[in-house]
Design a protein around this ligand. Structure first.
Ligand code: ADP
Length: 456
């Protein structure tokens, strides 16, 4: 400051000296006044430059270059420039924080919509846009009530009670492919709302399956139990002949064994679901597996063929062929259960006199194909995708009469999947069916390719 006063005095003195030299005492006064005006003009000019810079948003890089004699203004501009730079850095940092925050919301597996106090969309992530068919750019500041017109959602939004969520059909939901969304609103700030949406289709389906499963199991157990209870009551209350008693006891034993089978199959299924995948350390001979299946099939076929009826024709691979089938890695009980279930189904559903043919073929890529072909009733195309569902039966009474629980193919599918194999079913109604499983090469060893059929 002192420096500036000295400069002003210096300029005035210089003006006075020049004025005195040029025009005497009057010249001195005029010189001082002119020097003062000059100083004022100099200061004002710099002030105006600074003001002009500030009026144009005051970007630090465009600040006027004030040198040496600009004095006060130069310092003011420097300080302003520094302040502006700080502000810019703070704004950039908070902008980066906001972007990171929005990116986190964008990455959320759930739909996120930010609503203002009037229910307009301030921001939404891509998941929410997909859930509700919104356009994250075009629909900004649109009213959510206008965009989502589901009556349940409108009622939820209007009620203002957001303690629970609401279930809505998602975009593209159809009766055959339902998409279910759980939508939950949360209030925050001054009347704003956060809307979260979650795809719960699979959860709801699993819940529906669980409910169906419990209902099915209860039904399956209740039926034989009711029959058993009826027989017990009859035995307790009626004086029966010995032959009748024996017949009733036989029927009771049949129902008890049905329940036993059901419980056994349920336990097998739950074991398959809970157990670790079968390892590669245990190898079982395909020959042993198929031979034990063959024995069981003959026993079951004899048991089911009515007296006097023509027996079924069961064709299994020859002993020589079985010698070349090598070994398979996995859990022997599961493998046996899968193969024997397919064979026993063929035996149970094929009428007397029909034929069942079982085969094991090694394939050139080292994999192998197991197949059971029967001349039974076949399966209509509409049932094919569902026969491996638990308790799905095409003909209930036939399944029960032959000792079926409705869980056989579900067990087969699970066991095969756990060994890397998939179950294929091809069938023509009225002409028979073929159930086959393709085992991967990595689970097989020692299989020899069978020579082509026409080879000598
Ligand atoms: P079930 O205990 O009733 O046999 P499964 O799960 O083994 O139960 O089979 C499901 C349904 O698939 C059966 O009820 C039957 O209708 C049909 N099915 C299975 N195998 C055959 C077959 N070889 N021929 C015709 N239908 C079959």
């Amino acid at each position: 400051m002192l420096w500036r006063v000295l400069i002003l005095l210096g300029v005035q003195l210089l003006g006075a000296a020049i004025g005195l030299w040029v025009a005497g005492p009057w010249g001195l006064a005029a010189g001082v006044a002119l020097a003062s005006w000059l100083c004022w003009g100099w200061e004002s000019w710099h002030g105006l430059r600074v003001l002009a810079w500030l009026r144009q948003e005051g970007h630090p890089a465009q600040a006027p270059a004030l040198r040496g004699l600009a004095g006060l203004w130069r310092e003011a501009v420097d300080r302003m420039r520094r302040l502006l730079r700080q502000r810019e850095q703070q704004a950039a940092a908070s902008d980066a924080r906001l972007q990171a925050f929005l990116q986190a919301l964008q990455a959320s597996p759930n739909g996120v919509i930010l609503l203002d106090a009037a229910g307009h969309i301030e921001w939404c992530n891509q998941t929410a846009a997909e859930h509700f068919g919104l356009d994250a750019g075009r629909d900004l500041m649109q009213s959510i009530g206008n965009l989502l017109r589901e009556p349940d959602f409108s009622a939820y939004l209007a009620a203002g009670d957001y303690r629970h969520d609401v279930l809505l059909p998602g975009r593209g939901s159809t009766p055959t492919h339902p998409i279910q969304l759980s939508v939950h609103l949360h209030s925050y700030g001054d009347g704003r709302r956060l809307m979260l949406s979650r795809d719960v289709t699979q959860l709801e389906q699993a819940e529906a399956m669980r409910r169906d499963f419990v209902a099915n199991v209860s039904h399956e157990i209740r039926t034989p139990l009711t029959v058993l209870a009826g027989f017990v009551e009859t035995l307790q209350t009626l004086p029966l002949q010995e032959a009748e008693r024996a017949r009733y006891l036989g029927l009771m034993a049949q129902q008890a064994s049905r329940m036993q089978h059901l419980v056994q199959d349920l336990l097998t299924l739950s074991r398959l679901e809970g157990a670790a995948l079968p390892g590669m350390e245990h190898w079982t001979g395909v020959r042993q597996l198929l031979q034990s299946c063959e024995q069981e099939a003959h026993g079951l076929s004899a048991q089911l063929t009515p007296q006097g009826a023509k027996p079924q024709r069961l064709v299994f691979p020859s002993a020589a062929h079985l010698q070349q089938c090598g070994e398979i890695a996995g859990n022997p009980e599961e493998l046996h259960s899968a193969l024997s279930n397919l064979i026993s189904n063929a035996v149970r559903y094929t009428p007397a006199g029909g034929s069942i043919s079982v085969d094991w073929q090694a394939l050139p890529d080292g994999s192998a194909r197991f197949s059971v072909r029967d001349s039974g009733p076949g399966i209509a195309p509409e049932h094919l995708p569902r026969v491996t569902e638990r308790f799905y039966r095409i003909d209930r009474s036939r399944s029960r009469d032959s000792g079926g629980t409705g869980l056989g193919l579900a067990i087969v599918k699970h066991s095969l999947q756990r060994h890397g194999a998939a179950l294929h079913i091809s069938s023509v109604l009225g002409q028979g069916s073929e159930f086959s499983a393709h085992f991967p090469a990595r689970r097989l060893r020692g299989c020899t390719l069978a020579p082509p059929k026409d080879a000598p």
